[in-house]
Design a protein around this ligand. Sequence first.
Ligand code: C2E
Ligand code: MG
Ligand code: MG
Length: 304
Amino acid sequence: MRNAENALQAAKSQGRNRLRLYAPTMGVNAFEKLQLKMALSYAAENDELELLFQPKVASESGEIIGAEALTYWNHPGQGRLSPGKFIPLAEETGLILPIGNWILNAACHQVKAWRSAGFRDFTVAVNISPHQFRERTFVDTVATILERVNLEPEALELEITETVAMTEVEKTMERLTELRALGLTISIDDFGTGYSSLAYLKRFPIHILKIDRSFVRNLPGDKENRAITKAVIALAHYLDLHLVAEGVENIEQADFLAREGCQYLQGYYFSMPISSRDFTQILSAGIGKEQGKSFVSKPRIIQR
Ligand code: C2E
Ligand code: MG
Ligand code: MG
């Protein structure tokens, strides 16, 4: 019966109305998944979740102006799992709600610590999953955390993906308006990969677009990507939105984006996601502060 169940799950996951015969790998996958699910439900209380931070850099001054928090799971048997490996599972099982609260809370504590240490204009961005964003109590949860941590709301940025923003747009609008009223910064993640209605983009109370890294790849050589990034830079400019380019891996990309007027850059060229401890060190070293106008003449922040 268990094997039949596995075959049924496989058939369903590939779309309905199809026939699948049981194969032993299905059982293994399902069993592993079940184990992973079980372990994930204890991950937060077992202190196995960890936030890593990837800097966002101002292209003009080279200064670190913020960080994106990315959640890793230090799995007791499997080592450090990247978010891509377990966030989808957390979403599928609904565990993303408690885990998401843990993440928000931890990120707020960290940015509070940095701000208290004198890094005043520093913001931390947290990725919000579709489930969280649509949850009825989400705005209250955020407000409560901010209050408990005693954090200025402008220190917190929420990233929601373009796809989430563009489904049920009227509801999105309502939700974003409530979040904005709290004083938070809101950014649209993976911009360009979904189907944005420009009419809504104009109306949404958002601050930042993050152009997806698939458009940054092979810049400036790739003709299509060059055209797309230039167009998005112009769009952001005329809509009065800030623009972050993600996935910047080399100086050619950074140089091109900076020259075209993209204000903020993020990617392995500057730094991989790093621990809060390492991040504090690079902040304390004041990297980017006293060095010339453009980052282009500088060495990268952190060696890979
Ligand atoms: P995202 O928000 O678009 O995050 C950026 C992803 O690009 C991260 O992958 C980051 O490590 C990776 N990246 C950064 N710079 C570069 C680069 O120069 N080159 C390349 N090739 N990749 C780069 P990661 O850490 O695997 O995260 C994947 C996705 O998982 C994130 O995409 C985000 O949607 C989700 N995620 C991560 N942390 C959380 C979280 O705390 N909560 C929720 N709900 N989702 C999260
Ligand atoms: Mg993100
Ligand atoms: Mg992204």
